[in-house]
Design a protein around this ligand. Sequence first.
Ligand SMILES: Nc1ncnc2c1ncn2[C@@H]1O[C@H](COP(=O)(O)OP(=O)(O)OP(=O)(O)O)[C@@H](O)[C@H]1O
Ligand SMILES: [Mg+2]
Length: 506
Amino acid sequence: MPYSQDFINALNHAAIITETDLQGRIISVNELFCKISGYSAAELLGSPHRIVNSGVHSKEFFNEMWRRISSGNTWCGEVCNRAKDGSFYWVQATIFPVFHAETNEIYRYAAIRFDITEKKEQELALSRRAAQYKAVIETTDGFCRINRNGRFLDVSEGYCHITGYSQDELMQMNIYDMDASENFVERMNNFKYLIESNGKSYEAKRRRKNGSIWTAEINASYSTLDDGSLFVFFHDITERKSMEEHNEMLRQQVNQMQKLDSIGRLTAGIAHDFNNVLASILGYNDFNQDISDEMPESEMKRELRHNVEQVKIAANRAVELINKMLTYTRQKVPRKTKDTKPTAQVIEEVVNMLRSGLTSKFQVELNLDASLNIDVDTIDMHQIMTNLLVNARDAMRQQGSGSIKIQLQITRNLNGHCDACFKQITGDFIELSVSDTGTGIDKETIRHIFDPFFTTKSVGEGTGLGLSVVNGIVRDSGGHLLVDSQLGKGTTFRLIFPLPSNSQSI
Ligand SMILES: Nc1ncnc2c1ncn2[C@@H]1O[C@H](COP(=O)(O)OP(=O)(O)OP(=O)(O)O)[C@@H](O)[C@H]1O
Ligand SMILES: [Mg+2]
């Protein structure tokens, strides 16, 4: 049945329709072909179809097309053609041979072509965007695309490289699995921050597959595709951060040294002058004592004796204080003979000595390796233990109960920072630790507790010299101090000393 005129009109309207002879010369065109190509029908008729060849396709492309249609088959494909004004247009072409009704031989070729320029331009724009996207991704250390639940939708090779996970592994994971925090709630809070950060750069700690931590500079922004996905770019700034931290540590060390040096000099000066004043007070007091001894028994003599005694007590307290100050500044004349009782024994002695204020109210647990000896003078060891135990008692005094744990042991593979001198410490040590279940100390305060005269106690209750003295003794024996503390839970002072050279086999 022949096609209706309406159908033919519609087809003419929608498609470019041409016919060529066996050599490819155009023998019929429709209006749309003229309109799209920009050539008039007169220019097209009789011309080879090559007239609209854009040069985009290879010779093989057209050879294959001719091979198909000349062997009686239909060829379909997308072709880029060139209009008269030089602009390109794309068509979806169906070209087929037309057979003679009587001889059944091919006597011409017909083609129906639909204009797909717009679709092709969109495809090209998309692939250009994809290439740009790839280029941007390659400029960052790591990139991923996630959905609003944190699921990975896309990860770059760089991201796999930094995290140590394969692409397949990551596609089964969520971005918050990469967070360095062990605490789930914290990881969720960090994830919330990420999805709300939109364009704001920030730093965060991340965990690699092998457990090591890296520092990332993160920048996340929502996809313009409006599918709710988030592009996340990472820069690995681990090295830069550790350099900054190292520099900060050095700065603190220098500051601390300068501070201690100037306070030390000031303290030594005051203590020295004060010692002279005390010597004279005690000297005159001794005269008074001699005078009172000479006096006959009387009310006045008893009163004088009492006063002399009180002056002596007060002056001796002042001497003790000066000794503390001198111990801190290490200006004290070194003892001629160093007395080193077994460390465990000294510790037990101090605990017994403080029995009335300590063991009667608080539980004291001792866990001492008696074979270990810290190379510190017995009197200095007494000072250390007394100060640490009195501090522990004071920290638990308000709550009225608690426990103190004293340990003497070997600690291997330590890796930490000294809280007094801020130096990094690694290796094996003898560790003496005193833990309490008291108030705890906040991080900012810990930075100051080893400073001479730093105290949080009220006037008359503390001089702020206890830990400075401990620090001075520990420092002189080549040791360091580490403080672990949690507010409301308690504090552990860890004193670490070098292992004696013959103790490698312990
Ligand atoms: N175990 C502890 N728990 C809580 N805070 C502590 C502890 N040990 C020390 N501190 C804090 O460190 C500060 C300094 O301690 P340090 O022993 O140097 O001085 P002090 O105890 O205040 O005075 P004193 O010279 O009498 O020892 C204390 O005032 C206190 O705030
Ligand atoms: Mg103290």
